[in-house]
Design a protein around this ligand. Structure first.
Ligand SMILES: Nc1ncnc2c1ncn2[C@@H]1O[C@H](COP(=O)(O)OP(=O)(O)O)[C@@H](O)[C@H]1O
Ligand SMILES: [Mg+2]
Length: 356
């Protein structure tokens, strides 16, 4: 006869690798049922990626096989822990505990306005009253120092519990910034090797003293390569936003980006697609819309991929100018660009609050 006690004792030998606590201590096991040699239970897991589940299943089978019964049959129903630490029980998340939501902003293609959208989304969230951080992980073209007029700034340092951490640059518009650009001379071509990229990204996110944040946005490099996969797997992401322009080539690459996040071993919720440069709005005729790159492309793609179209951002000269002088366009009151970026911020808020 297998008893509940025996099983729980066996499970207390298994460590959840991210939380670094055993399954019983972190209160991750529930609904334990025993029928003869068959044991089944629900198990909360920090990283719901397929490879983590497989490793966990192997560990559980090993310890229950050794300590309970060699011929035990185990059935585990995995339940991902909520990304929002406020919705978690104490101790069920160990990294970045003070950051509520981490959102990656990606694009398949460069030059679609990913960084512009990220900067304005971040500044828009500040306008809505949130505490916001931003990591500029674009090794190929870090642009946040310029977009926030912090080209001369460097991150600071702080020691917490004997550990050296970096402190972000506090920009004038209330967004706490970390950028790969702070660590490399702006006009110096930097050749990053894969391992260095890995390390730099992890450090910028995990080894920075962010304080309490509602949102931490990550401006990913364009494309769907290694840097993305590394980051995506080393950070507890709430979800990802994909930026595209209306042209078919950009949309085809946006589709690849969505597919990357949905890969079976990645499984990051896609919060939605942002269409940038949807239509041209002349500065002197703010009510006009010219669909110079075609109309409805991102909407159709979003429908096809069953994800929300979060916003349509106009092409406006002052969005570019604002980026060049380091004052995000969302700060220009009563303009189509302010409205578009605030709508985007609300849509991201909603997408996060709907369980995916
Ligand atoms: N909606 C927009 N209206 C006008 N200019 C824009 C808009 N979005 C981006 N830009 C401009 O396009 C260029 C590329 O944008 P950027 O955000 O750097 O793209 P990415 O990060 O995708 O490479 C920049 O000069 C930027 O100011
Ligand atoms: Mg960029």
């Amino acid at each position: 006869m297998i008893t509940q006690d025996q099983v729980m004792r066996g499970l207390s030998l298994v460590i959840e690798p991210d939380l670094k606590k055993n399954l019983v201590e972190a209160n991750l096991v529930s609904n334990l049922r025993i029928q003869g040699k068959k044991v089944s239970f629900d198990l909360k897991i920090n990283n719901p990626a397929m490879h983590s589940k497989q490793r966990m299943t192997e560990a559980v089978e090993h310890y229950l096989g050794q300590h309970v019964a060699a011929d035990i049959e185990v059935e585990i129903n995995y339940i991902p822990l909520p990304n929002n630490p406020n919705q978690r029980e104490g101790g069920q998340r160990n990294s970045l505990q003070s950051v509520k939501h981490i959102v990656a902003v990606a694009s398949g293609k460069g030059g679609v306005g990913k960084s512009t959208v990220t900067a304005n989304l971040a500044a828009g969230m500040v306008k809505k009253g949130y505490k916001v951080g931003l990591v500029d992980a674009d090794i190929y073209g870090p642009s946040m120092p310029m977009m926030f007029d912090e080209m001369q700034s460097v991150p600071g340092g702080i020691e917490i519990d004997g550990k050296r951490l970096m402190t972000p640059v506090e920009s004038a518009w209330g967004v706490s910034l970390m950028s790969i650009g702070f660590f490399a001379q702006m006009n110096q071509a930097v050749v990053w090797r894969g391992a260095m990229v890995d390390k730099a990204l992890k450090q910028m996110v995990n080894e920075t003293h962010w304080g309490n944040l509602d949102y931490l946005f990550i401006d990913l490099p364009p494309g769907t390569g290694d840097a993305h996969l590394t980051l995506v797997q080393s950070v507890p992401l709430t979800g990802a936003v994909v930026v595209s322009t209306p042209q078919p080539v950009a949309l085809a690459d946006a589709r690849k980006a969505v597919a990357m996040f949905r890969m079976s071993n990645i499984e990051i919720p896609v919060l939605g697609i942002v269409e940038n440069m949807s239509f041209f709005v002349p500065e002197d005729m703010p009510d006009r819309k010219y669909y110079i790159f075609g109309q409805g492309g991102a909407k159709a793609l979003a429908e096809e991929l069953d994800t929300p179209l979060l916003a349509e951002i106009p092409l406006v000269t002052s969005i570019r100018e604002a980026g060049d002088v380091g004052r995000p366009a969302v700060l220009q009151v009563d303009t189509p660009q302010e409205k578009a970026f605030l709508d985007l911020a609300s849509a991201v808020e909603n997408a996060i609050n709907i369980p995916v």
